[in-house]
Ligand binder design. Sequence first.
Ligand code: SAM
Length: 243
Amino acid sequence: THFGYQDVPVEEKVKRVADVFHSVAGKYDLMNDLMSGGIHRLWKRLTIDQSGVRRGHKVLDIAGGTGDLTRKFARMVGQEGKVVLADINDSMLKVGRDKLLNSGVTGNVEYVQANAECLPFDDNTFDVITIAFGLRNVTDQNAALASMLRVLKPGGKLMILEFSKTDNPALTKMYDFYSFNILPQMGKVIAGDAESYRYLAESIRKHPDQETLKGMMDNAGFVNTRYQNMTGGVVALHTGIKP
Ligand code: SAM
């Protein structure tokens, strides 16, 4: 049986999300590579290529976890820029921090424990904000969109990389089977935790589809909102600009 996590009280979802990521933090990168067959690297690469991040920029990577995007952005902004890797979960943040320090990223990255729903930054601070595979874990997604809009500079860009809805029924069937059968098994064998991966599959299925998320961004006040499907809609990259 599945969690049905969106039918449970808010505090329950918050606690489950916290438990999942405390549990998987140490194995997160390995599982990402195995579960996606390495394709998550391509999805992230496409996101970085379209970010427009330049030297001197200030970038916020919220729900940044183990820092894949932050590491690339740190190189792009140079020492005169800044990247903030923010995550609600201190276990994920610690794994990310250790990984980046070990790969020689220092001087222009800040690590901040923060909730996307109420970001602890001044208005109009960032040139670019990314949230990769994070929004579906956030309880109040509209509050998170409003908060991200507030801390973006006018003209700044929000990029949301997230699992989405496939348009092809055969692909959807395969994908559901994979998510609810193979994925939890892999979680059990490799990370000793089937429940966390069952939660992930469930959270993907419940996440708003492409058009719904685009509408939420419009309602929050973003302009030029658009999305681009990757891998047949398994993943979508939504972007929007702060007017
Ligand atoms: N962005 C990284 C990546 O693409 O590999 C990590 C993605 S991981 C699947 C999701 C992350 O979202 C976790 O590290 C989790 O702690 C974080 N998260 C969940 N809810 C959050 C919230 N309300 N605010 C900030 N981060 C949150």
